[in-house]
Design a protein around this ligand. Structure first.
Ligand code: GAL
Length: 378
C-alpha cells in the first residue's frame, strides 16, 4: 500500500511537471486564461526572457471604453513555455493620489517594454506616455526602473527625446529650411515639408515626439528605442546610454512621412527585421515589414508580411504588431506578437501570435494558423 501511494504521488508529480513544462497550443484571438483562469491582461506588450522564464509586460486594461486609459498600470505575467501564464501582478502602478503626476490615473500609458541591464543589474522599462486630459498631444516616452524583474517599478521621468540634437541622417540643407507651420499637412507641399523634417525642426528645442514604441537589445548589449515620431509620420531609432536610462545624441529618422506605427524588431543572421503597421488608431490596417544591415539604417521596405486572402492582408488578420519574441533554445524561431484591440471593451482585447516564417529569399512572412505549438519550429 505504501509503495502504491508513493508510486501514485510520483506519478502525480510527474504529470504536474510535464503539464507545467510542455507548451500547449497557441490559439490566436481566443481567451487566454492565466493561472487564475482570467484572460491575460497585458496589451501592447513585450517580452523579456530572464533566468529561464519569459516575462510578458503589457497594458492592464479595464472594462468599457474607459479601459483605453491607464487606470491600473503595467501588468506582468511569467511563463516557462509561453503558454502557461502566471499572474505576477502589477509591475508599474499608476499613481492614484497625485493628480499632477505624469502617470496619474487616467493618463495614457501604452506599449511598455522591459529590458535588463547586465552591468547595472536593473530592469528598465520604457513606455509611451500621454499626459492626462491632453489626448495624444504630449507624445512623450516614460521610464521606470526596478531591481526585480516583476517589480515594483519606480517611475523615473518622462520626456521628449533628443532636445536640441539633429538626427545623424539629417542633411545640412534640411537643417536650414524655414517652414510656414500653418501649411496644410496633406498637400504635396505639406508632405514634402514633412519628409524634409518640418515637424522635427518644429520640435528641435523641446525634444522629439515619441508615441508607439519598442526596445531592442543587440548582441553587444547596446539598446535602442524605436518610436513613432514627427506626428506619427516618421520613425526614430535612438541609441540608449550604457545604463539604458537616457538617450545618446545618436538617432536616425526612418521612412520619413510613411506613417509607421507599432514597431517590433528582431535580428536573424546578422540582419535586423521590423514589423510595423500603418496609422489608423485601434482599427487594423495592412502590416508592413522592413530589413536593414545596421539597426540605424538604411532600412529597406519589404511590404506587407501577412500572407492570406486580400481581406485578411488588409487588416493583418485583425491585429497590430507589438513585439517579436525570439524563442529561446530553438534556432531561427520567432513569434509575431500582435494585438486585436477591442476599443469598446478594452479589457477584452485578444492576442494574435503567429510563427514568423521565411521564404526562399529569407524574407519574413506570417500566415494564419487557428492553432499551433512551438513544435512548429522543430
Ligand atoms: C494606435 C496605437 C495604439 C494606440 C491607439 C490609440 O495606432 O498603435 O497603441 O495608441 O492608436 O488610438
Amino acid at each position: 500500500m505504501k509503495n502504491f501511494h508513493s508510486t501514485l504521488s510520483a506519478l502525480i508529480l510527474l504529470l504536474f511537471f510535464s503539464c507545467e513544462q510542455e507548451s500547449k497550443t497557441i490559439k490566436s484571438g481566443e481567451i487566454w486564461p492565466d493561472n487564475n483562469g482570467i484572460h491575460v491582461n497585458a496589451h501592447g506588450g513585450g517580452m523579456l526572457f530572464h533566468e529561464g522564464k519569459y516575462y510578458w509586460f503589457g497594458e492592464h486594461k479595464i472594462e468599457g471604453k474607459a479601459g483605453n486609459k491607464a487606470m491600473v498600470g503595467v501588468h506582468c505575467y511569467s511563463s516557462k513555455n509561453l503558454t502557461d501564464w502566471k499572474d505576477e501582478g502589477i509591475a508599474l502602478e499608476i499613481i492614484k493620489d497625485d493628480l499632477k503626476h505624469d502617470i496619474t490615473e487616467g493618463c495614457v500609458l501604452e506599449r511598455p517594454k522591459v529590458i535588463y541591464n547586465k552591468t547595472t543589474k536593473k530592469f528598465v522599462m520604457w513606455f509611451h506616455l500621454e499626459l492626462k486630459g491632453q489626448g495624444y498631444l504630449a507624445a512623450r516616452t516614460g521610464l521606470a526602473v526596478a531591481d526585480k524583474v516583476t517589480g515594483p517599478y519606480t517611475f523615473v521621468k518622462s520626456l521628449r527625446p533628443n532636445a536640441g540634437q539633429w538626427p545623424a541622417n539629417f542633411t545640412k540643407e534640411q537643417k536650414t529650411v524655414e517652414y510656414d507651420y500653418k501649411m496644410k499637412r496633406w498637400t504635396d507641399e505639406g508632405r514634402t515639408a514633412v519628409v524634409n523634417g518640418m515637424f522635427l525642426k518644429r520640435d528641435f528645442e523641446g525634444g522629439q515626439m515619441s508615441r508607439d514604441m519598442t526596445l531592442f537589445v543587440d548582441d553587444d548589449e547596446k539598446a535602442y528605442h524605436i518610436a513613432a515620431s514627427e506626428e506619427n509620420g516618421t520613425l526614430h531609432i535612438r541609441e540608449l546610454t550604457d545604463d539604458y536610462l537616457n538617450f545618446r545624441d545618436n538617432y536616425v529618422r526612418v521612412f520619413p512621412d510613411e506613417s509607421n506605427e507599432a514597431p517590433a524588431i528582431f535580428k536573424k543572421d546578422g540582419k535586423y527585421y521590423m514589423f510595423a503597421s500603418g496609422c489608423t488608431g485601434w482599427a487594423p490596417n495592412p502590416g508592413r515589414s522592413a530589413v536593414a544591415n545596421n539597426i540605424m539604417g538604411p532600412w529597406t521596405n519589404l511590404g506587407n508580411p501577412f500572407k492570406g486572402t486580400e481581406d485578411e492582408m488588409k487588416v493583418s488578420f485583425d491585429s497590430q504588431s507589438t513585439y517579436v519574441i525570439p524563442v529561446i533554445g530553438k534556432k531561427d524561431a520567432f513569434i509575431y506578437m500582435g494585438d486585436r484591440w477591442m476599443p469598446e471593451d478594452a479589457i477584452d482585447g485578444r492576442y494574435i501570435w503567429l510563427p514568423v516564417q521565411f521564404d526562399e529569399k529569407g524574407i519574413p512572412y506570417l500566415e494564419w494558423m487557428d492553432e499551433w505549438s512551438l513544435d512548429f519550429f522543430d
